[in-house]
Design a protein around this ligand. Sequence first.
Ligand code: FPP
Length: 243
Amino acid sequence: MDTISLDVNRLPRHVGIIMDGNGRWAQRHKLKIAMGHRAGTEALREIIRNSSDIGIQVLTLYAFSTENWSRSKAEVDALMMLLLEFFQSEIDELDQKQVRILILGDKDGLPPAQRDALLRAEARTAHNTGLKLNIAVNYGSRAEIVRAARLLAQDVAAGVLAPQDIDEAALESRLYTAGDPPVDLLIRTSGEMRQSNFLLWQCAYAEFVFPTVLWPDFDLAAYHACIAAYQGRSRRFGGRAEA
Ligand code: FPP
């Protein structure tokens, strides 16, 4: 039972989540690692649904990093399969809830079936007006910033942008998250306290919360506890708190 009361007028606009601990959860339950990721996908469905219901503007989830390719073939295959299953089973409900899906990362580096499913989900929900759901797949934040720099350079080379007009807004508008508010709350489960190349630019002033629960056990009570912790922080953005 979720007994935490949230201040609905001070919700984080943008929540980022590093869903960590699926492997340890599987180990603890003496299950194959793929079952940990499957249980993690169940947790994810609830968090997306609830984010939409309570009125979070943007939710960004780290589903697969560019470094995750180095895991065993069996684990990579399991994650790719779950990704496909997730979009097949959830897309109708997400679309109905007006969720707008955007994939952050290099889709061209994915197997064709996954790439096509992600492209279809983006196209189908492109005009929705509810929760913006960013799913980072084959994503790395440094690569995202390098890509933005390259896009700026292309515009300069094409003569449509002057070097002196390159400012923070110009770079930001070339990130995958262009148009999104900056991350207010970054959550990483499982007790690890690292950012791991996730939304480095976007988290410049984010509040970080590190619950110890493993991702598959991250339920609504745990989620709302993170939001409540965020609401208890004093955010100064480099300035001074009011006396
Ligand atoms: C980290 O746990 C989690 C991942 C690398 C993958 C996260 C993916 C999902 C929750 C499911 C697939 C996503 C979608 C959108 C359907 P870990 O394996 O690093 O855990 P460990 O540190 O305990 O080993």
